[in-house]
Design a protein around this ligand. Structure first.
Ligand SMILES: [Zn+2]
Ligand SMILES: [Zn+2]
Length: 280
């Protein structure tokens, strides 16, 4: 892995299709994330930009999604995921956890986050959302970035801010656990906010659980853009990881995708629907 230099970051190559920044790299030819069968090379061929260029043409919009602060690039860019600001143990106004990441950093967004109390750590579900994580860490004051170690090979640049956790469960703070949800990636993980924003708990599953368009069901795919389903064994393994988790709300990777109040039952019904589809 390359050791990054801070001054490199806003001009480091960022893949236009997936939004991954290759910090500390002068020039890239192709993007390993997009070459993988879970993603795809853009139809115009591999193209590169920088966070400086993205920030010049986009803003970071903050929204409230059923009681949780979200951040997303506007207009949309690359995969188009949202990131979340989860209050730390101090509650609203305390230092937050940034769950997931975005492909560009703007000064306005950094200022806005500081005004909300700042961020104590970044945690990310899987490599599709690593985005500009090292630049974000530095912009937020050199905060640690928590990733599951099973996906360590997907990390392009070494950094003193990276923290790899292993196993099934990692207590990030008294109210926030990182939980292993393997399937989409070997190290796919979720964030479980045990006491908020409502009683019952909220699960942020990244792409391990994808809320369907009807928002009543979810699905579980190895690749979403290339429509490669999880097989029977992978589904059973993922279900065994989800079953012990207590949550009433589920917040998906994209704007508007949340299940509030009865998410656990809906996810259970979704596993059952998927299992029946595999047998049909
Ligand atoms: Zn890419
Ligand atoms: Zn993904």
């Amino acid at each position: 892995m390359t050791q990054i230099k801070r001054s490199d970051l806003s001009h480091a190559p960022v893949c236009v299709t997936c939004g991954t920044q290759y910090a500390g790299v002068e020039r890239m030819t192709d993007c390993p994330i997009c070459r993988d069968e879970r993603q795809y090379v853009g139809w115009q061929g591999q193209r590169w930009t920088t966070t400086a260029e993205i920030a010049a043409g986009h803003e970071i919009r903050f929204d409230d999604a059923a009681g949780v602060t979200t951040m997303a690039l506007e207009p949309g860019f690359a995969i188009g995921q949202r990131a979340f600001l989860i209050p730390g143990e101090g509650g609203p106004g305390g230092r937050m956890v940034m769950w997931e990441c975005l492909p560009a950093v703007t000064e306005a967004a950094v200022q806005h986050i500081a005004g909300l109390g700042g961020v104590q750590a970044i945690a990310i579900s899987h490599p599709h959302f690593y985005s500009a994580m090292l630049e974000w860490s530095e912009a937020l004051g050199g905060v640690p970035i928590y990733l599951h170690e099973a996906d360590e090979d997907w990390v392009a640049s070494d950094s003193p801010f990276l923290r790899f956790w292993d196993g099934e469960h990692f207590a990030l703070s008294p109210n926030i656990d990182l939980v292993h949800l393997p399937g989409h990636f070997a190290g796919s993980s979720g964030l479980l906010w045990k006491n908020g924003p409502r009683p019952g708990g909220s699960l942020f599953p990244g792409d391990a659980i994808q809320i369907a368009m009807d928002r009543r069901f979810a699905s579980f795919m190895y690749s979403y853009p290339n429509a490669i389903p999880l097989g029977r064994k992978a589904l059973a393994r993922l279900k065994a990881h989800v079953d012990p988790l207590a949550f009433a709300d589920l917040y998906g990777s994209f704007a508007g995708k949340q299940m509030i109040g009865d998410a656990k039952e809906r996810v259970e019904a979704s596993f059952e629907r998927y299992r029946k589809a595999l047998e049909a």
